[in-house]
Write a protein that binds this ligand. Structure first.
Ligand code: 8Y4
Length: 279
């Protein structure tokens, strides 16, 4: 399975890790200040060093209840970090945004993957992404971040997510985006209750619509509060268990805050598969 990522083609035959680099004020960042740019860049470099295959730079919090930010604020946070990382490492940089102007400037600054939780549904996003030399992660979300966890509802969550991904692949195709640029994502925690998240994780193989690779992001998410009663800094083991299970079930990319630990878990999943493990 190949992913066209700007001028590069990535081989997704072996599962890869995407490291999360938040440059949002609710983590530690308010943008632009040299020391903050430098500490974000250092964190990105450390994740690349640890073996991340992508560094996902995000300037808008997508946690439930988070406040939206302006184009200008988001650009001020992400662009200096992307420019500096792109100058210093060859690891593909991903831009976590739904805003067309941020997509454009981030790709100009060196990003080669657009990670959009709205799956290019914002006005102008589809056309903008089509014209840029970058791969795209299409994620499913029911509702919007501010309210999505109020009352998630599905008749059949797996069919509905599959159907959504199918529709977005179709919209991409109509806009001139080749399928080899697409990565798919069920959006764990985005308008989903724990039982919806579990149903999707149990069916990762069914989410590979048109054979495209699937990304799974569970790192530190609130499903571990519900399942294990663990606070954010106590969710590593739960995340590794889900990463391992997802890879065994056919996931191609794991998005995580914990790169080296997740790579170890993936390595175990892979050697188990080589030893004959199958679901
Ligand atoms: C603590 C820390 C509690 C982080 C919650 C969180 C995904 C994603 C996010 C995902 C893709 C998050 C931007 C949510 N999750 N993009 N983004 N897939 N493609 N919450 O699952 O990490 S942010």
């Amino acid at each position: 399975m190949l992913l066209c990522c700007g001028s590069r083609t990535l081989d997704l035959t072996e599962p890869l890790v995407m490291g999360v680099l938040n440059v949002t004020p609710d983590s530690f960042f308010d943008g632009g200040r040299y020391d903050q740019v430098e500490s974000a860049v250092q964190h990105g470099l450390a994740m690349a060093e640890a073996g991340a295959a992508f560094i996902d730079v995000g300037g808008e919090s997508t946690r439930p209840g988070a406040q939206p930010v302006s184009d200008e604020d988001e650009l001020r946070r992400v662009i200096p970090v992307i420019e500096e990382l792109a100058a210093r490492i060859s690891v593909p940089i991903s831009i976590d945004t739904s805003k067309p102007r941020v997509m454009q400037k981030a790709v100009a600054a060196g990003a080669t993957l657009i990670n959009d939780i709205y799956a290019l549904r914002a006005p102008g996003a589809l056309e903008t992404a089509a014209a840029l030399p970058a791969a795209i992660c299409l994620m499913h979300m029911q509702g919007e971040p501010r309210t999505m966890q109020a009352a998630p509802q599905y008749l059949d969550v797996v069919s509905e997510v599959r159907c959504f991904l199918e529709q977005r692949i179709g919209a991409c195709s109509k806009a001139g985006i080749a399928p080899d640029r697409l990565l798919l994502d069920p959006g764990i925690g985005f308008g989903k209750r724990p039982e919806h998240n579990l149903a999707l994780l149990a069916r990762v193989a069914d989410l590979k619509v048109h054979g495209r690779p699937v990304l799974i992001g569970v790192s530190r998410k609130s499903m571990f509060q519900a399942l294990l009663s663990r606070s954010v800094d106590q969710r590593l083991a739960g995340g590794l268990a889900v990463a391992t299970a997802s890879v065994l079930a056919g996931a191609s990319v794991i998005r995580t805050h914990d790169v080296s630990e997740t790579l170890d878990a993936i390595k175990i999943a892979r050697v188990l598969m080589s030893a004959g493990f199958h679901l």
